[in-house]
Design a protein around this ligand. Structure first.
Ligand code: ZN
Length: 261
């Protein structure tokens, strides 16, 4: 009934906005929304997000929808701020509120990677040097074994030219980033930040945090001299073990972040 009224108003006004608005996949599982709110706060506490950056999760009832907060500082996100988007990054109902300019990162990765259920985009500081120098981010210890052996770098200049503001501000740039990410867990974005993907909220938070830690530790180890990195086989074995362990830190991080003020 409500949809009909919206459609009727849209037609009466001659506006296509109401027609373009995607239909909701329904109410998501409340525990998924609770975890998404927690992830926003946890990532701030862990130093991955600050006033900027975002985390999203695929809708549990429809793989062609994802959930993400409206445009706001992650530490302040509450359940009411969570919006539903289709994979073309249109909000089902933005309630008149601003949405993230760089939401295209999320929709285009969900489109390209059916296995991905959660995405973090951050500007976490220790990672930045590896996106702008010739030194590649490599797996330095078992906690970051999900990185594999080498992390790809998205050079936006290759696709957006020499005068872009470095932001993934349209679907084309989002698709270009997804192409560079390919089947990896992390891609660096030169002069900007990084994107991390996972199969769940606890896993993507774990990965975003240990990507930052790997970058910090690699910079320190390189100052000491020659560094021994994990082999592809070690990384694969350790990543398999860690995938069974992501709930341990998640429960701790979530409890700390959701403590009443
Ligand atoms: Zn950004």
């Amino acid at each position: 009934m409500r949809a009909f009224v919206v459609l009727a108003i849209g037609l009466a006004l001659g506006s296509t906005a109401a027609l373009a608005q995607p239909k909701s996949a329904g109410t998501p599982d409340p525990s998924l929304v609770e975890d998404l709110v927690a992830a926003n706060r946890v990532l701030v506490e862990l130093g991955v997000l600050d006033g900027f950056g975002h985390v999203s999760v695929r809708h549990d009832k429809d793989a062609s929808r994802y959930l993400m907060s409206r445009s706001m500082a992650p530490a302040l996100v509450k359940a009411d701020d969570i919006l539903e988007f289709d994979l073309d990054n249109a909000a089902v109902d933005a309630k008149g509120q601003a949405v993230f300019l760089e939401r295209f990162i999320h929709g285009e990765i969900y489109k390209a990677r059916p296995d991905v259920k959660a995405v973090v985009h951050s500007h976490s500081p220790s990672v930045i040097p590896f996106g702008v120098s010739k030194t590649r981010l490599k797996t330095i210890y078992h906690m970051s074994s999900f990185l594999g052996v080498d992390v790809p770098v998205f050079e936006i200049r290759d696709v957006a030219g020499p005068a872009s503001d470095l932001l993934v501000r349209n679907a084309g740039l989002g698709a270009d980033l997804a192409k560079v990410l390919s089947d990896n867990t992390v891609a660096l974005m030169r002069g900007h930040g990084s994107v991390t993907v996972g199969t769940s909220i606890p896993q993507v938070v774990f990965r975003a945090y240990y990507t930052e830690m790997n970058a910090r530790l690699q910079s320190e180890a390189m100052r000491l001299g020659e560094v021994t990195y994990l082999t592809a086989e070690e990384a694969a074995a350790a990543a398999k073990t860690n995938d069974g362990q992501v709930m341990r830190p998640w429960e701790l991080w979530k409890r700390k972040a959701m403590k009443p003020e």
